[in-house]
Design a protein around this ligand. Structure first.
Ligand SMILES: NC(=O)c1ccc[n+]([C@@H]2O[C@H](COP(=O)([O-])OP(=O)(O)OC[C@H]3O[C@@H](n4cnc5c(N)ncnc54)[C@H](O)[C@@H]3O)[C@@H](O)[C@H]2O)c1
Length: 264
């Protein structure tokens, strides 16, 4: 049997890499052999993830990047190439806290900020890395959307719209870069247990009891389950998959209802 790992020889740039899902993806990619450039608006969080990767004998650097700032996105790509020689893989997982409320209540500046970070940030990170991925001979982009890009939520037009937009943007990215051997896909996570959700619901059991019935599988997902899907899409295992969305949602979007238990 070969000891080759899924992402040996890859260099991955991960935006929002200091966060829960981005951090989980960065760690999984490093465990699969990739060198990882962990980008986050919080340098402290980015460096913490990079340090944890190094502690597990992986390769990573942490870089401060506000994905709303073109110059910082460009600098991240340049640093990645300076440090690791190339870029083969881009993951966009950064997301801002988006404003809630119907359109009358939504503040225009907060709306614009949500679009800038959640959506234009994906465009900018692609804008400054695609040329490097092409120069490396090809690779893969994985953009993190959401099940909320498939269905709406009351008062969350900013978040839901940006997540739907990421999916369509990624389809066109796949069309534009397929000829350059670059695949582009999205992942739509359903409810994932993170430290934030655990703070809200107390325990994983409680989170599952309240949120689990909305999924066919009757539970919430884990960061590791999203990271597995990202590693798959970034790897040659997904060599013929581009322009698609992979729903890592326990069947949330397959099932239109609040609780499967009440309909059985
Ligand atoms: N947690 C879930 O249940 C869930 C479900 C569906 C989709 N998602 C998506 O997964 C992604 C990660 O979510 P998470 O739960 O890990 O959240 P998180 O808050 O832990 O991670 C987001 C990260 O983005 C960073 N960030 C914020 N603004 C930034 C900016 N301007 N530039 C660069 N980085 C910035 C934050 O510092 C944070 O580290 C997001 O795109 C989110 O929309 C999450």
């Amino acid at each position: 049997m070969s000891d080759r790992r899924m992402l040996d020889g890859r260099v991955a740039v991960v935006s929002g890499g200091g966060g829960e899902i981005g951090g989980g993806i960065a760690r999984r990619f490093a465990a699969e052999g990739a060198a990882v450039v962990v980008c986050d608006v919080s340098l402290e969080k980015a460096e913490e993830v990079a340090r944890s990767i190094a502690a597990d004998n992986g390769q990573a650097i942490g870089v401060a990047v506000d994905v709303g700032d073109p110059a910082q996105c460009e600098r991240a790509a340049v640093l990645a190439v300076q440090k690791f020689g190339k870029i083969t893989t881009l993951v966009n997982a950064a997301a801002a806290v988006t404003p809630d409320g119907n359109v009358e209540k939504l503040d225009l500046d907060a709306w614009k900020r949500a679009i800038d970070i959640n959506f234009t940030g994906v465009f900018l990170m692609c804008k400054y890395t695609m040329g490097h991925i092409r120069a490396a001979g090809g690779g893969a982009v994985v953009n993190i959307a959401s099940s909320h890009g498939h269905f709406g939520l009351p008062g969350r037009s900013a978040y839901c719209s940006t997540k739907a937009a990421i999916m369509h943007f990624t389809r066109v990215l796949a069309i534009d870069y397929g000829p350059h051997n670059i695949r582009a896909n999205t992942i739509s996570p359903g409810p994932i247990d993170t430290e934030r959700s655990l703070r809200r619901y107390g325990t994983r059991e409680n989170s599952n009891r309240i949120r689990g019935p909305g999924q066919v599988l009757g539970r919430t997902g884990t960061v590791e389950e999203v990271a597995s899907a990202a590693a798959f899409l970034a790897s040659d295992e997904a060599a013929f998959i581009t322009g698609t969305d992979l729903r890592v949602d326990g069947g949330q979007t397959a099932f239109k209802g609040d609780s499967l238990a009440t309909t059985l």
